[in-house]
Design a binder for this molecule. Structure first.
Ligand code: 5AD
Ligand code: SF4
Length: 444
């Protein structure tokens, strides 16, 4: 790699989960602090950070094709950094295969990106996939985010080792960020304009810490503390694991108004045999019982989940059990995927990998059921009045888009500002959004 000018503009392209979105924002803040500006829309940046996802197939190939395509207006290559989980898993190979890449940095090491950049400008390529525990957050600049909805990573990594999943290898062991640091970051986000904060973690409900008085607290304790910030109107959290659910967090849904009535709790399969082979350590029945407890304290709670079809050895009958659990839960929203063998995971070398056509057919049937339920959930909301947090302008003049407490997208026309909480009557439902009529603005 040849020495180059210090980049003047950057673009961070994040793929995959919300934790990557959060990491992408933090990397942008690091680059801002170095005096580099975000590239304007449609303009090619001098530095491109590809913040990659490794959870399912083709992710790696996509990274190489993105690297191949990146060009500045004058035809030259920008400086390229590969970050995220593909960087963690395939760092050395990326360096060997893609000479245009100057920096490879894993999800636990990106606070070192500015130093790596200094070296890249001198023509030195570098790879950093260390996993120093918790050093990253302390080294990051203060938050500057101004959107009304913000992410806050509270917990990282995973110790569950579901047999299909790369996350424990790419994101490392479970760690919880300290209580005080999180309260501080949340307060800064609110000062910068956030009205809703979504607490993030691979197993967010495994978060644990010590409050200001040194008492052990779980995620419910953190939520309670954040609910005291007057200008913070809404709190959400994702993604939870059924086995880490606590009585306190369930109860919090009945006690804290700012905690939104929405729960993303992946089940993956409705078959106990498949769940065991996935190393999920819950059953279909224990999962349903857990949901009942949420519905007891918060009857209107919207439920969401993740599903995998075609796990090795999944029979037709076992897939039918997945459809049955969908029928039993009636999800408001859900995410479903074809099983994708990930190198190095136990399931990738299991017998009875399922044919692609079988997976395609199962996924279609599952998604038809999930879409049916999502539409039914939206239709059942029609006639209700709720608060909508305004996130942005809609497509048409005078139109706004925001989210209901149940995370539905709601379009409405009227007098509003981004960041307002507006009282809206839900008037019309579609599969992915609703239309509402404004009644009044609740807060400015
Ligand atoms: N194949 C398909 N889906 C997967 N997920 C995780 N690993 C795989 C895989 N190997 C899905 C799970 C998880 C979501 C984030 O991605 O449903 O909850
Ligand atoms: Fe992956 Fe399972 Fe951990 Fe979720 S709980 S990140 S699916 S290993």
């Amino acid at each position: 790699m040849k020495p180059s000018d210090t980049p003047k503009t950057y673009r961070v392209k994040s793929f995959g989960c919300q934790m990557n979105v959060y990491d992408g924002e933090r990397m942008a803040e690091l680059l801002d602090a170095k005096g580099i500006k975000p590239a304007a829309d449609g303009e090619e940046a001098d530095l491109v950070v590809l913040n990659t996802c490794h959870i399912r197939e083709k992710a790696t190939e996509k990274v190489y094709s993105d690297i191949g395509r990146l060009r500045k207006a004058d035809g030259s290559k920008p400086l390229i950094a590969v970050a995220g989980c593909v960087a963690q898993a395939e760092g050395e190979e990326i360096m060997a295969r893609a000479p245009a890449v100057g920096m490879v940095v894993g999800p636990q090491a990106y606070h070192r990106l500015p130093d790596m950049l200094d070296r890249a400008v001198k023509g030195e390529r570098s790879t950093d996939t260390d996993m120093p525990e918790d050093a990253k957050f302390a080294a990051l600049p203060k938050r500057r985010k101004v959107a009304p909805t913000a992410f806050l990573t509270v917990q990282e990594g995973c110790d569950k080792f579901c047999t299909y999943c790369v996350v424990p290898y790419t994101r490392g062991a479970e760690i919880s960020r300290p209580f005080g640091e999180l309260v501080d970051e949340a307060a800064r986000l609110v000062d910068a304009g956030a009205r809703e904060i979504t607490l993030l973690g691979q197993n967010v409900n495994a978060w644990s810490g010590e409050d200001a008085k040194g008492r052990a607290v779980g995620l419910d304790g953190l939520v309670k503390e954040l609910a005291r910030l007057p200008d913070l109107k809404r709190i959400r959290y994702t993604t939870s694991h059924p086995n880490d659910m606590t009585d306190g967090l369930i109860a919090a849904h009945g006690e804290i108004d700012k905690l939104m009535p929405y729960l993303h709790l992946p089940v993956q399969s409705g078959s106990d045999r498949v769940l065991k082979a996935m190393n999920r350590s819950h059953t279909a029945d224990s999962y349903l019982k857990l949901l009942d407890r949420f519905r007891e304290v918060r009857p209107d709670i919207a439920l969401s989940g993740d599903f995998i079809v075609g796990f090795p050895g999944e029979t037709d009958a076992e897939f039918e059990e997945t459809l049955q659990i969908v029928d039993a839960v009636r999800y408001a929203q859900a995410f479903s995927f074809k099983y994708s063998p990930r190198p190095g995971t136990p399931a990738a070398s299991m017998d009875d990998q399922i044919a692609k056509e079988v997976m395609d057919e199962r996924l279609q049937r599952l998604q038809a059921a999930l879409n049916r339920d999502q539409l039914a959930f939206n239709e059942a909301s029609v006639g209700k009045t709720c608060e909508v947090l305004v996130e942005r302008k809609g497509k048409y003049p005078g139109q706004w888009l925001g989210k209901s407490p149940w995370l539905q997208s709601v379009f409405f026309e009227g007098d509003a500002q981004i960041g307002d909480l507006v009282r809206v009557e839900l008037a019309e439902a579609g599969p992915n959004s609703l239309k509402g009529r404004v009644l009044e603005s609740v807060s400015a």
